[in-house]
Write a protein that binds this ligand. Structure first.
Ligand code: NAI
Length: 291
């Protein structure tokens, strides 16, 4: 079995990045989203991103052109039927993901591999909702995908050794380094990162510091490239909340309770950069704290 074509479901921040990197690495990529507008925007974003790389002389104009030519938009999941690997990168919700796997499995070749880019949800449980738990694996890319070097690899209880080997080789072929995580809530990176972000939101909620003081404190005080509230906006507050809920429910420990202020921002639809507003308002020239 050789992976040549990759299907991607979900053309949001992550799906777009995975599509771009896979196309740049020589894979044929088919990109699907339930919103045709998202797919259209995704192609525009990839075109811009590749053009920037050409400007910076990181890649040649020919390479950018070839990468773009390898990308195909799909209007339905049935158009992923010839893919050797399908990566799901849709909204962080177990119900959404299970429904996607149900609809895509019936179209796939029996030998096709399935992966989820979930940040937190049990790979074993998602795999059990498919017709191929042995060919299912967690491939957790980091945001932004073209820049971040890591892919966390998560095997479910039924993941076959061959699936694991193919997935590791695939991630490496994209120029990424892999780290293995056991299949427990939020895996390694988000088990550590997201509770820290939640704590930063508690710090704001309790009035210990302002948005600016918290981000400046962590940027300059701990040498993090971004403050935790900036980073939360970058990830998406809906995703941060979904991961906290998976930790809270999956580990039954009150230390993982999501901060009520995080819940309030998500309820308001202020979920961060992707909508123009979160802990900062991005609609003007410069980000301005919203509290
Ligand atoms: P996003 O909100 O930017 O994009 C999600 C996309 O999924 C949207 O375009 C939406 O239309 C689409 N979608 C929703 N339901 C669908 C369905 N039934 N069929 C097809 N498409 C559907 O979210 P983002 O940030 O790209 O996250 C996607 C996944 O990647 C989540 O599982 C998230 O946990 C994970 N992830 C996110 C990271 C981040 O920093 N944002 C980092 C690593 C993983």
């Amino acid at each position: 079995m050789e992976i040549k074509s990759v299907g991607i479901i979900g053309a949001g921040q992550m799906g777009v990045g995975i599509a771009q990197v896979a196309a740049q690495s020589g894979y044929d990529v088919v990109l699907f989203d339930q919103s045709s507008d998202a797919v259209k925007k995704a192609f525009g974003r990839i075109e811009k991103s590749l053009a920037r790389l050409v400007e910076k002389e990181a890649i040649t104009a020919d390479a950018a052109h070839d990468a773009q030519a390898r990308l195909t938009p799909a209007a339905s999941v049935s158009e992923l039927s010839q893919c050797d690997l399908v990566i799901e990168a849709a909204t962080e919700s177990e119900d959404v993901k299970k429904a996607i796997f149900k609809s895509v499995c019936e179209h796939l070749k029996p030998e096709a591999l399935l992966a989820s880019n979930t940040s937190s949800i049990s790979i074993t449980r998602l795999a059990a909702a498919t017709d191929r738990p042995g060919k299912f694996i967690g491939l957790h890319f980091m945001n932004p995908v073209p820049i971040m070097k890591l892919v966390e690899i998560i095997r479910g209880i039924a993941t076959e050794p061959e699936t694991y080997e193919l997935a590791v080789n695939f991630a490496r072929s994209l120029g990424k380094t892999t780290a293995n995580s056991e299949d427990f809530p939020a895996f390694i990176v988000n088990r550590i990162l997201i509770p820290m972000i939640n704590e930063a939101i508690y710090t704001l909620y309790e009035g210990v510091g302002t948005v600016e003081a918290i981000d400046t404190g962590m940027r300059l005080g701990t040498n993090h490239p971004m403050g935790p509230l900036e980073l939360a906006d970058f990830i998406g507050l809906d995703t941060v909340l979904a991961v906290m809920n998976v930790l809270y429910e999956g580990l039954s420990d009150s230390k993982y309770r999501p901060c009520p202020l995080l819940v309030k921002y998500v309820e308001a639809g202020w979920v961060g950069r992707k909508v123009g507003r979160g802990f900062y308002d991005y609609r003007g020239e410069k980000p301005v704290p919203t509290r």
